[in-house]
Write a protein that binds this ligand. Structure first.
Ligand code: B1N
Length: 837
């Protein structure tokens, strides 16, 4: 309480003891060794790389904790408006290197661990990725946390502390994907602070009874109660003391186990109920872009949003402000529809617990939330069966019905008698069972809605939320083009390029890493032969680093004189890895048919694939199998192997991306137009001087606008043509032999068993022969033409390097700092709060 004097005891003693950490090399050495001896209870003679990693991590963590404390104290003192980023996924990757760079302590720690007999490179390799995400959506959340802290914005992330992150991918000798659990918490995790005292109770099931007192309130009781426990992950800003928080919830039983059952002599049942509480945060769902309607997934969503909201409300109440001011001090960003239950949950708290009237409650809610849509693919739009919702969250289902009734009354008023429209816009989709349309709930419950790239935002406005734009006005529907943090995706993953840029611009990296438009000043150096030489040398070193990685992990010898061509992303039909592998086969057949003399004129190419398939996504797994078996044949063919080779790198992860991206000459982003909302790896490749082969889709379009169309290899039909093409496929199908003989030939070769048992691949080949929903047969010829253009362009080495330099130089827009500032200014109305140095 405010009355107590602090510190207790003698202030002088506290002040003296509270000195900041010294970060000169000898002090760091003392700190690391101290952690070896005390925290780890180990000694110099038996310290291996893992131990050295742990000690170094604990030493770095001390710095983070002090900065974190100072930041949070300042936020509490100033009580500024805060923003909260609710995401079911945070794909953080490794932390040590990132923390060292953001703290500006990399050099000092390098030297210290060297003195202690270790190599920083080896130490860094000991860390496991924190892989609490599937792909782009989760990694975007991680980039936004880095940018929020770096921009000194008071933003916290809220997520779940899964015991198991995204599965580990193994590839069997036949090319089958196998999944193994990712026990990332097996060793001590130095990057989280357990807050065993920060807990909330979360209810499931039970009964909701409307009170008969005309208040509109209800009582929800009974059912299952579980506990949410907080774990805090420190998020350091770049070259600032500001250190934000990512709070992850773990579920545990409210009591050790169910005492009633235990007393009734049913020991097994007692333990079972405690298992069911722990199960909620046990595993990340590995399905990207699909909805599964599983009860446990809905439990995860409610558990996480309810715990986060209670925590946010408690913090708000501690400021002493009145509840009607809530939206002036709190903005909550919903990362896709996964946290949409926060909308009825806040309504429930306001009405049933805070005794706020419905209209005022709805007013508060609709000024607090912001909704980002990440996909327009119909199969990814979340819908929850009404019976499941009624069972698990009876009070929320009542509230959703009430929201819907009031909303549809307003729609009816604006469009009298338009029953079609009411059916289209209802939060409840008719059917067996009825389903709750989460995107519609997120939309009407939010202050603003945005997509993640210009084209995507336009598609949101004109397709899935068209009726809502008409009803609510267009100004609610915006765009924030995604971004990536240049700290991890340039400075950390490509230190040589970072150093070359700093040297050339005569700027400290602390300047240009936080103002990425500064890269523009590299443009004149594209015409400087000496600079180009250094640029090429960096790319070459990065290729050799990747080759070493492939050699140690897979045992293959990669030709580093070849062009490196990379496609790394989740396996999905809309992303069209199929198109790429069919293109490789086409290339292989073409080379095979060439005279040996002619082949010698080719520039060799190495194609890399990596990515995970959802465990139940059969066609995606078949694509992996095809890639692996094509690789087996091609890499062993003496006629062609010097000109074309192919690798599928297993277990794609953030850390693997950090090795692959800086090594690429070209990368492929070849989704059917209109299907990839943004893409973010496209930005990472270009920032590292790789060129794009892509469709006119997602953020590819804006990248081309920035770097110039001449520096991007575009192909394929445009988004507006897609609907008509699909219509043609269904109603006027043309046999593939006629429509695209080159592709037909490739499919036939696969069928005939050139790459092992052809029969295995029939289901995959049939997706193209029949229906071809993702339009491979429409885009194949122009795809091949684009790859030929790449070959031609690569012949002029000088011109190619100029393209590469100009690409990097024009990537300023795609810093996640720009994106997060757009959210802060145009959405959250958030100001920065700087922790003084
Ligand atoms: O979000 C990324 C975009 O750059 C990608 O284009 C987009 O595909 C990706 C359900 C998703 N959209 N939807 C998901 C993930 C998990 C899940 O359970 C959907 N991921 C994206 C960042 O904006």
């Amino acid at each position: 309480s405010g009355k107590e004097k602090w510190p207790r005891g003698e202030e002088k003693v506290w002040k003296e003891a509270m000195r900041n950490l010294d970060n000169d090399v000898p002090s760091i050495e003392r700190s690391v060794v101290n952690h070896v001896q005390t925290s780890l209870a180990r000694q110099a003679y038996n310290l291996d790389d893992t131990g050295a990693y742990q000690a170094a991590a604990l030493s770095v963590r001390d710095n983070l904790i002090l900065n974190w404390n100072e930041t949070q104290l300042l936020y509490t003192k100033k009580s500024p408006k805060r923003a909260y980023y609710l995401s079911l996924e945070f794909l953080m990757g490794r932390t040590l290197d990132n923390a060292l760079l953001n703290l500006g302590l990399k050099d000092q720690y390098n030297e210290s661990v060297k003195h202690l007999g270790f190599s920083m490179e080896d130490i860094l390799e000991q860390e496991r990725d924190a892989a609490l995400g599937n792909g782009g959506l989760g990694r975007l959340a991680a980039c936004y946390l880095d940018s929020s802290a770096s921009q000194e914005l008071p933003v916290w992330g809220y997520g779940l502390r899964y015991q198991y992150g995204i599965f580990q991918q193994l590839i069997s000798p036949e090319g089958q994907q196998l999944e193994a659990p990712d026990p990332w918490l097996q060793n001590q995790n130095p990057w989280e602070l357990p807050r065993l005292d920060v807990t909330y109770e979360i209810r499931f099931y039970g009964n909701a009874e409307r009170l008969q007192d005309g208040s509109g309130r209800a009582a929800w009781h009974g059912g299952q109660e579980v506990l949410a426990v907080a774990y805090d992950v420190m998020i350091p800003g770049c070259y600032t003391k500001n250190t934000n928080n990512l709070r992850l919830w773990e579920s545990k039983p409210k009591r050790g186990f169910d005492l009633n059952s235990f007393n009734a002599g049913d020991y097994e049942r007692a333990v079972e109920s405690s298992n069911s509480a722990a199960a909620i945060t046990s595993v990340l769902y590995p399905n990207d872009h699909t909805t599964f309607g599983k009860e446990l997934r809905l439990k995860q969503q409610y558990f996480w949003t309810a715990a986060s909201l209670q925590d946010i409300l408690r913090r708000f109440k501690n400021t002493g402000k009145t509840i009607t001011d809530f939206p002036d001090f709190v903005s909550i960003q919903l990362n896709d529809t996964h946290p949409t239950l926060a909308i009825p949950e806040l309504m429930r708290i306001l009405i049933d617990e805070e005794e706020v009237q419905w209209d005022m409650a709805w007013h508060i809610v609709t000024r607090t939330f912001f909704y980002t849509n990440h996909t327009v693919l119909p199969e990814a739009l979340e819908k929850w069966p009404v019976p499941l919702m009624e069972h698990l969250l009876p009070r929320h289902m009542q509230i959703i019905y009430d929201i819907n009734m009031i909303f549809l009354q307003a729609v009816e008023k604006k469009y009298p008698g338009d029953r079609d429209r009411l059916g289209r816009m209802s939060l409840i989709e008719e059917g067996f069972p009825k389903q709750v349309r989460m995107a519609f709930l997120a939309c009407i419950g939010s202050r603003k809605v945005n997509g993640v790239a210009e084209l995507h935002s336009e598609l949101v406005r004109t397709t899935i939320l068209k009726d809502f734009v008409e009803f609510e006005g267009i100004s609610k529907f915006g765009n924030v083009t995604n971004g990536i943090t240049p700290r991890r995706w340039l400075d950390q993953c490509n230190p040589e390029l970072s150093a070359l840029i700093s040297k050339t611009l005569k700027l400290e990296k602390s300047v240009w890493l936080k103002d990425l438009y500064k890269l523009k000043d590299l443009l004149p150096y594209a015409d400087d032969a000496e600079f180009r030489k250094q640029w090429v040398a960096v790319k070459q070193h990065n290729k050799e680093r990747l080759a070493r990685h492939v050699k140690t992990t897979l045992g293959f010898e990669v030709n580093t004189n070849a062009m490196f061509d990379v496609q790394i992303k989740r396996l999905h039909e809309y992303k069209r890895q199929n198109l790429n592998i069919f293109g490789v086969i086409h290339r292989y057949l073409t080379i095979k048919n060439m005279a040996p003399e002619e082949r010698k004129k080719l520039n060799p190419r190495v194609v890399f694939f990596a990515g995970k398939a959802a465990p139940g996504y059969w066609i995606a797994k078949l694509t992996i199998r095809l890639i692996v078996n094509v690789a087996r044949v091609i890499n062993a063919d003496p006629d062609t192997k010097d000109y074309l080779s192919l690798y599928f790198l297993p277990d794609y992860s953030v850390s693997l991306a950090e090795v692959l991206i800086p090594a690429s000459d070209i990368s492929q982003h070849i989704s059917t137009a209109g299907t990839e909302a943004s893409g973010t790896s496209n930005m990472k490749f270009c920032l590292n001087g790789g060129l794009l082969v892509g469709t006119v889709d997602g953020a590819n379009i804006e990248i081309a606008e920035e770097v110039g169309e001449t520096n991007v290899f575009f192909f394929g039909h445009l988004a507006p043509a897609v609907e008509e093409l699909r219509y043609q496929h269904v109603y006027h199908p043309v046999p593939i032999e006629e429509k695209c003989p080159a592709l037909a030939n490739v499919l036939n070769q696969v069928s005939s068993g050139v790459f092992g048992d052809g029969g295995v691949y029939e289901p995959l080949l049939n997706t193209i022969r029949q229906g071809d929903y993702y339009l491979l047969s429409d885009d194949f010829d122009s795809y091949i033409a684009a790859l030929d253009m790449v070959d031609k362009a690569y012949l002029d080495k000088t011109e190619w390097v100029k393209k590469s330099i100009r690409t990097t130089a024009n990537m300023g827009k795609f810093s996640s700092d720009r994106a997060i500032n757009e959210y802060a200014e145009s959405y959250w109305n958030l100001e920065s709060v700087k922790v003084p140095n």
